[in-house]
Design a protein around this ligand. Sequence first.
Ligand code: SF4
Length: 747
Amino acid sequence: MGWDTTRVDMNIYSQGKIDRLVYSTCNICSNGCGCFIAVKDDKIVGIMGNEDYPVNKGRLGPKGENQWWANNSIDRLATPLIRHNGKLLSATWEDAYSLLVEKTKGIYKRKGPGGLAFYHTGQAYLEEYYTISKITRAGLRMHHVDANTRLCTATAEWSLIESFGTDGPPACQEDVDVTDVIVFIGRNSNETNTVLWERVLEARKKNGTKIIEIDPRNDVSSKQADLSLQPRSGTNVAVLNGVIHLLIRNKWIDKQYIENHTIGYGQLEKTVARYTPEFVEQITNIPQNKLNQCAEWIGTSKKTLTVLLQGVYQSMDSTAAGTLVNSMHLIMGKIGKPGSGPFQHAGQPSAMSNREVGGAGFYPGYRNNSNPKHIEEIAGLWNVDPSILPVGPQTYIMEIMQLIEQGEIELLWVMFTNPAVSLPNRNKMIEIMNKAFLVVQDPFLSETAELADLVLPTALWGEKEGTMTNLERRVNVLRKAVHPPYNLPSDFEILLEFSNRMGFKDRDGNPLITYSTPEEAFNEWRKVSKGRPCDMSEMTYDKMERLGGIKWPCNEQYPNGKERLYTDGRFHTFTDEVESYGRDLLTGRARTREEFTALQANGRGILYGFDWAPPLEMPSDEYPYELNTGRLVYHWHTRTKTGRAPILHMASPEGYVEINPEDAKNLEIQMGNMVRVSTKRGSIQVPARITDVVKQGSIFIPFHYGTLTENQAANVLTLETWDLVSKQPQYKNGACRIEKIMINEGP
Ligand code: SF4
């Protein structure tokens, strides 16, 4: 298995021979491409793909190739900044740490842990997340901890938990090479994980693999697909119900697998019964023959792989849609086998690590925060009293914002993420952030850092060591290539210094954190992970480097890792195994332990029936267009890194709106005209791009843009609502108005 090496990508700018190449992984997207960092005179001067690395075989995409420019950017922060009389002024590290500890202790004394919140990232390293998990739970005993993975792929996590008991994608990248049909849902494949998209195209060339794209936009990947379905925004559940309806009607299911390995089939069958192709067409606008073709390819192929991302995850009914994909595979028995399975992707390079070690939402090792046995277990491993560990669900970022607004939370510590651009209804979120004492840990003066009271500058990728897990459970080590400029500390070092100054102790009075290097932290985590689904007990830094990353579980039974999960049809659904007892897909209400036990899943996958309902905000006379937001091939998130790479910046320097040619004609808008796009939340002004990528009646705006002084942030427009199970915001739906800005109207 595997794909062939046809080229090694590199982007090195060095006068004279480089000094060394340092083993690493790309730190942009979840694909986790292996690379070497080129170093000359203790400076990063480029990057080269690792041709032996199984994920990418030497290839890199445009974002990966250009990520290192940010390391050398002239606007790296050199010292901490403290706000005095409204201005951020340079400060010493001693003053910065003293202020952080003084503020934390002061608020803690008055309000307890409820006065504090921590919001971090999917771009840091596993060892940093593990330390956050330990410090916030066992040190500060706090509930208000979340990460920007909430915005990105929290639904992947939750739909896996609901169907299989715990997080963890069952499939892997090798499945791309051997499958018959790949279904992409809600995923601009050519723009997101570009290297994976190349691998998919090669699989088609070699094996005749069929590609199905289900996405409202007719983008490059839809145009290149063998079958493209373009549903209306917010109708994924109806599409999936329609496909499952046809699979059942045509007997393209595996009755024995359903009987032996699942529960809930009756409810699913009953729910999808009315989703005939005619009914689905009324809801989604997908022609019946296309839906029939899609179901036939999925149902009659020997092997099917389904890949999903934000187009599914950032909707009102996202967890339900994610579980329907899992159900589709379960009823066909196409899971845990080469070339088959649901492949719920992470978005960011280490979102998976964050989830594994309990960085946001759960306890480390996919432990259930409502199961006293799991809490006791982790308390034993950390040598703390179980009674000090917070029980029950953590607070999610949008709830954290509400609590700041209400004056409950007084300090918000933001690490390596940029909520001033990335949160929905961003103008309101900026107002809310201004109410808290805002600590921002970031290598740059990001839009959020500009609002901060205290800024802690940090080392970047290549300037620190640690590990990351990619979208297929492959964990790899990233070696330190150079010393950080200005002797900046890493996020890991800041967290350790904070813990030390706060005086966090275990139950014997010894320091809570006893490790001092990332590798020591990883060795502690290995013990904590032992026996859990994401078992990494047999991994070491050197072994990862030797094998080219290792997929968990990696234990005595699988010393070199395991390709795919659930090969025996046995799922993690015994009551004391599950990561959560689950939530009601419609209301989000948490199931009790008794309710979960009563399901009698006991190792079987759980199927759910779920009816489609219209999105909360539909086009109206006042706001007649469907709003869609998403990413571009040249940028990542809020461009903190990619915006500093000259070639990426030049390729796409500013925001814009895609408008269908018919709509543009009706509105008398021409290519490049400035237009105002408005929703009930606010307005932005961007140039128009006239294109058939968007359907008539809908528009698309990339979410990467929006400094505090320019008015281009897509998130000024987005809805402040979320999926009730995963709590992931609903960035993909909304209703908007478009107006041409007349020249004499001014900006
Ligand atoms: S596909 Fe993702 S991981 Fe690979 S080089 Fe591109 S951005 Fe980096």
